[in-house]
Write a protein that binds this ligand. Structure first.
Ligand code: SF4
Ligand code: SF4
Length: 383
């Protein structure tokens, strides 16, 4: 095992290969607060990439309701239970073990293999909140303390230290040096399914027809044309941003992903304690108990939630969030002036402009006192 630096853990860790960070890393930022679980992203992905034979059950992109939704069933609960205690030293350093460090003797990753049946219920737990309405006597009094749920958007994390790469005995999975996208070389894959067992996020899938593994490809043919992914451009809630992240020692605050992840630290990784340095980042939901969010996104959730609540008074951050989903093109810098957020390409040319406040019209409130000559006894809207 080599020693590699995992900035999300605040320490070095063991990994089977030496660190080889790409020049720029594909990333996606998700604002969980805006998702309505319409599944437009899921369908956009499925109809583009997984409509063939043997792919019927495959959802490279899926949306699950937390805490009771899973695809495949129990994916995160199972790996967290296997890993045991996960402790952080304050906000900075993870003191527990990663899935690489906790691997059984003779294996490279601590993992588990889903059964075929586990892929059969992508909507399990959908819209199911914790607690019950009876316990929450008056909701405005106890906002979301007993009843809550939220939607988690999931694709492959194109991890810096992928467990799928670590586990493959054929070296059939690789990370592209130009953008850090993780791909399966299907001519090398022999269908051993070690990647399925190893990936704690369960984002490699096995094609029963072709007998090889498949996974999210980060829509790389679109990226190569300077376009954001299918799930990003289909998103009704405009909550996704496809972009690139700099190496942690080369952070550039003018770049949107670096700003959200490294400068403001409002976008957090999913289960960082597993040790893969995942490259999809989440702005946490503001209404969910801190304890649950800390387990899911690591320390720093309280600060992120507070910052999000105050974004309305922070034009730089607000402008960046307003630019999510505003164009299919990938943009690289942004600014805000005179109430307008503008995004620019690599040459500094404007790609799109979005007002921080959209003009609205409030219709006068009126009641009818009679309809067709007859007096109206209850309130009735005058149309
Ligand atoms: S999320 Fe899983 S499949 Fe994707 S790169 Fe990481 S380990 Fe591999
Ligand atoms: S398209 Fe956007 S809003 Fe709809 S489910 Fe997907 S992430 Fe959520």
């Amino acid at each position: 095992m080599a020693k590699v630096r995992n900035w999300q853990l605040g320490r070095d860790m063991e990994y089977p290969y030496v660190a080889d960070r790409p020049a720029k890393q594909f990333t996606m930022i998700m604002d969980t607060n805006k998702c309505i679980a319409c599944q437009s992203c899921t369908i956009a992905c499925k109809s583009t990439w997984t409509w063939g034979k043997g792919q019927e059950f495959m959802l490279w992109n899926n949306i699950e309701t937390k805490p009771y939704g899973f695809y495949p069933t129990g994916w995160d609960v199972n790996v967290l239970e296997l890993l045991g205690e996960q402790e952080w030293d304050g906000d900075d350093v993870y003191t527990g073990q990663t899935v690489f460090e906790a691997a059984p003797a003779g294996e490279r990753v601590l993992g588990w293999a889903p059964a075929e049946e586990d892929w059969s219920h992508p909507n399990i737990g959908e819209d199911e909140p914790t607690g019950s309405a009876d316990e929450t006597t008056y909701i405005p009094d106890k906002p979301h303390s007993l009843m809550w749920m939220y939607y988690l958007q999931r694709i492959c994390n194109h991890c810096t230290y992928p467990a799928c790469v670590a586990a493959c005995p054929r070296e059939a999975i690789y990370k592209r040096p130009e953008d850090g996208i993780v791909l399966v070389d299907q001519t090398r894959c022999r269908g051993y399914q070690e990647c399925l067992t190893a990936c704690p996020y369960k984002k490699t899938m096995f094609n029963l027809e072709t007998r090889v593994s498949e996974k999210c490809i980060g829509c790389y043919p679109k990226l190569e044309q300077g376009l954001q992914t299918q799930c990003t451009t289909a998103c009704i809630g405009r909550l996704r941003l496809t972009n690139y992240l700099s190496a942690p020692d080369e952070v550039d605050p003018r770049k949107p992903a670096d700003f959200l992840v490294h400068v403001r630290m409002i976008a957090l990784p999913l289960y960082p304690q597993l040790g893969l340095e995942p490259n999809v980042y989440y702005i946490p939901p503001v209404h969910v108990p801190t304890k649950y969010l800390t387990q899911m996104f690591g320390p720093g959730v309280e600060r992120a939630v507070e910052m999000y609540r105050n974004a309305k008074d922070d034009p730089e951050l607000l402008g960046l969030l307003m630019l999510f989903g505003s164009t299919e093109r990938i943009w690289h810098t942004w600014d805000v002036s005179d109430g307008v957020a503008r995004a620019y390409d690599e040459d500094g040319e404007e790609v799109v402009a979005v007002p921080l406040r959209e003009p609205t019209f409030t219709r006068p409130f009126e009641f009818a006192t009679e309809v067709a000559g007859e007096p109206v006894t209850g309130f009735r809207h005058n149309t």
